[in-house]
Design a protein around this ligand. Structure first.
Ligand SMILES: NC(=O)c1ccc[n+]([C@@H]2O[C@H](COP(=O)([O-])OP(=O)(O)OC[C@H]3O[C@@H](n4cnc5c(N)ncnc54)[C@H](OP(=O)(O)O)[C@@H]3O)[C@@H](O)[C@H]2O)c1
Length: 134
């Protein structure tokens, strides 16, 4: 079975996304730049599962060093994860993806960024306590 991890960055109230991008898009202060760098460092050499919208925001160069897989709601999570035995698999969002894969996630890496503006996608703390997939 894959080692299943999730990594995300949230604003001060759980903001995750806005209009298809990160809510803090265009902010270049050190905390925001360091978060992006950490994401690509952590996922280096691993599998990254993403919904279609999130996939559109991944730069082309990132495909060289990680296996990036677009997942759809028609793909049962058990089948997707079974395709990567003994790999580290990062569940990369968006929210519907984290909700569906939460029972399988063994490790959450959440960075709280100093952002308190608008959002249309939100982190749900219930993902952390959803129980375990049987
Ligand atoms: N802050 C962060 O760390 C972070 C990380 C990632 C994304 N985001 C933000 O989140 C937003 C994008 O997320 P999004 O939710 O709008 O779109 P998304 O990335 O396309 O993810 C949601 C879609 O994934 C598909 N999906 C795949 N497997 C699924 C499953 N088992 N169950 C349910 N749905 C599944 C569904 O589309 P189908 O039904 O069409 O298959 C669903 O609508 C952007 O604003 C992005 O910047 C933020």
């Amino acid at each position: 079975m894959a080692e299943v991890r999730a990594m995300c960055a949230i604003g001060l109230r759980g903001q995750l996304g806005h209009e298809g991008g990160m809510p803090w898009e265009g902010r270049h202060e050190p905390a925001f730049a360091a978060d992006v760098a950490r994401f690509f460092e952590a996922t280096f050499g691993h599998v990254l599962l993403v919904g279609p919208r999130t996939k559109r925001s991944i730069p082309q160069w990132a495909y060289a060093d990680r296996v990036i897989v677009e997942i759809r709601s028609s793909d049962p999570p058990e089948d997707v994860l079974a395709a990567f035995p003994s790999r580290v698999v990062y569940v990369g969002g968006g929210p519907a993806v984290w909700a569906a894969y939460a029972p399988y996630i063994q490790h959450w890496d959440i960075t709280r960024l100093p952002y308190d503006g608008e959002a249309d996608r939100w982190f749900d703390p219930a993902w952390l306590t959803i129980g375990r997939a049987s």
